[in-house]
Design a protein. Structure first.
Length: 157
């Protein structure tokens, strides 16, 4: 009987130890605005801004400390009555156009907007010219590959 009580006590101790281990991984919940409308506006705006630490994530999706601080700062600005445009202007004044996922079209960012379509047109033009030249070439231009003299001799079949 005493062995059963000891086995039961060990099981209870093990279960408590497992529960204590799970709470060690608990984290503090992220701060949320008291007003759900302010929180929704902040999330919408944070999805338009790039995390300066992660650079491939939005501020809304990033878990970096800077992103958490910027989200809290945006909440406070919205609660003070600032508009989304005011906050966007504040962020670009402080961090530059890089913070915007859709930077404005201006001389400094023109290559970002014009570069990809120009490269696509050039690539399509090069493909078209190459295919036209191949189409007009004589069939003799397409000889099957023959082994070079420098290659190792092939074994007879």
């Amino acid at each position: 009987m005493a062995e059963r009580v000891i086995a039961w006590a060990r099981r209870v101790a093990l279960a408590l130890a497992c529960c204590a281990g799970v709470t060690a991984f608990a984290a503090e919940a992220p701060p949320v605005a008291q007003d759900p409308v302010v929180e929704a506006r902040m999330i919408k705006l944070a999805e338009e801004l790039r995390c300066l630490v992660c650079q491939n994530e939005t501020i809304a999706a990033s878990h970096a400390d800077l992103a958490v601080d910027l989200r809290q700062q945006m909440r406070e600005m919205l609660q003070k009555g600032m508009s989304e445009d005011d906050i966007r202007s504040y962020m670009t004044d402080r961090y530059g156009d890089f913070v915007l996922y859709k930077p404005p079209f201006k001389p400094a960012t023109a290559l970002l907007w014009v570069g990809p379509p120009v490269l696509l047109v050039l690539a399509l033009a090069a493909l078209f010219i190459t295919l036209r030249r191949r189409q007009r070439a004589a069939p003799e231009a397409f000889d099957p590959d023959t082994p070079d003299d420098d290659d190792e001799p092939r074994l007879p079949r």
